[in-house]
Write a protein that binds this ligand. Structure first.
Ligand SMILES: Nc1ncnc2c1ncn2[C@@H]1O[C@H](COP(=O)(O)OP(=O)(O)O)[C@@H](O)[C@H]1O
Ligand SMILES: [Mg+2]
Length: 375
């Protein structure tokens, strides 16, 4: 059997990637201009994929750049941050292990290189006081290496908001900013998911990263592009999907790239040569089922007020703070509404997009609708 032409849950590029032409162009120009960039969106909107695709296309055209990738998802302390940053820099800019060791010797005196016996991958071991005594130097590595190799270096940091979980992260942020801004041959691309935290870092006038670079808010994918993408994927594997069902598929997931791929995959797996209504319904049920676990805990922990608040949102009430809505849905008080609103924003359940409050996760919305609106 052929493989499903849809992919989700990992970074996509190439044939599984669509749209984002404007963002890719903007990133290209920013790489050339060494303009720092920040990308913000809820999780699973396609930030990591966008960066990967943009970098792949860029490096096919332009030579003389090193792209260094660091994902802060699993970096839990400032120490680890320095260690991983230095390791990634050396790994990316050295061809072979010998060169890695040589670079470490020359540039990071006092560290040890260990080679993982399983994978053969080198990593750095910092002594007890090494980091404390060499923070500035480590942060200057991108610039130092760029000069040394006569290339430009672009450091891409994913899930950048995690920096806020380090102790004394405000100091770190200040330090990063003050050092990075002097780097003539190194640029920074910082992207992350928790919108409220990313905003905190990049939007507040008294935050060190205020006006650090161009901010790109990534949106969902345009309907026409998704339609082409889905239609092509079905056709190229010998199946057909009508415009009508295809549009309904896109509308159900509200143009959300991750769920579009998941839903389309589900339809593809059960359909024959032509997608039927029954296929659509069954695939939608599995979409909900597959994601239910993720939300069970949250759903069970909701207070009566929160459920009422979600009901008002599901009914697309525009004036959440009006007496009519507060009384009609028994939301308590406007202070209570504000509190719930902030709570759901912090959890990444709802977001404000183009001035409207929307559910960040369309499948959560489907589930909530089934639970709270159908009694
Ligand atoms: N440009 C795109 N075209 C098609 N699918 C995409 C695109 N961007 C993201 N996706 C889908 O969304 C999923 C999540 O993308 P990802 O880049 O991991 O998002 P984020 O980094 O914002 O959390 C991917 O696995 C893929 O299924
Ligand atoms: Mg990501």
């Amino acid at each position: 059997m052929k493989q499903a032409p849809f992919k989700f849950g990992e970074v996509v590029s190439g044939e599984h990637f669509t749209d984002r032409d404007e963002e890719i162009k903007a990133l290209h120009n920013n790489f050339v201009a060494m303009q720092n960039t920040i990308i913000i969106s809820p999780r699973r909107y396609g930030k990591s994929s966008l960066v990967k695709e943009a970098v792949e296309r860029f490096t096919r055209k332009e030579k003389g750049y090193f792209f260094i990738f660091l994902d802060l998802m699993y970096v839990y302390s400032e120490e680890e941050f320095y260690n991983q940053l230095a390791t990634r820099i050396l790994k990316t800019t050295s061809g072979r292990i010998e060169e890695f060791i040589q670079l470490a010797k020359n540039l990071l005196k006092g560290t040890r290189v260990t080679i993982n016996t399983g994978t053969g991958e080198p990593s750095l071991e910092f002594g007890l006081h090494y980091v404390r005594d060499n923070i500035e130097h480590i942060l200057n590595l991108p610039q130092i290496i760029a000069r040394r190799k006569k290339k430009k270096v672009i450091v891409c940091m994913d899930e950048f908001q995690h920096i806020s979980r380090f102790e004394q992260h405000e100091n770190l942020q200040g330090r990063l900013r003050s050092i990075w801004q002097h780097h003539k041959d190194a640029g920074y691309l910082l992207y992350g998911s928790k919108q409220s935290m990313m905003r905190e870092i990049f939007h507040h006038a008294n935050s060190p990263f205020y006006r650090f670079g161009e901010i790109i808010y990534l949106r969902r994918i345009k309907k026409e592009r998704l339609r082409d993408y889905v239609q092509n994927a079905f056709h190229s594997t010998g199946k057909g999907i009508s415009d009508e069902i295809c549009d309904r598929l896109i509308d159900t997931v509200e143009n959300h790239p991750y769920y579009l791929q998941q839903f389309a995959r589900n339809i593809w797996l059960i359909s024959g040569k032509k997608v039927t209504e029954a296929d659509f319904d069954e695939a939608k049920r599995s979409l909900v089922y597959e994601n239910l676990n993720f939300y069970n805990e949250l759903l069970e922990g909701l207070t009566t007020y929160q459920v009422s608040f979600l009901r008002a949102l599901l009914n697309e009430e525009k004036h959440l703070y009006s007496a009519e809505v507060i009384n009609g849905y028994r939301l308590g008080s406007s202070a209570n509404v504000r509190r719930m609103y902030n709570g759901f924003v912090d959890k990444g359940i709802i977001i404000k997009e183009n001035g409207r409050i929307i559910f960040a996760d369309p499948v959560f919305k489907l589930i909530a609708r089934q639970r709270f609106l159908t009694q």
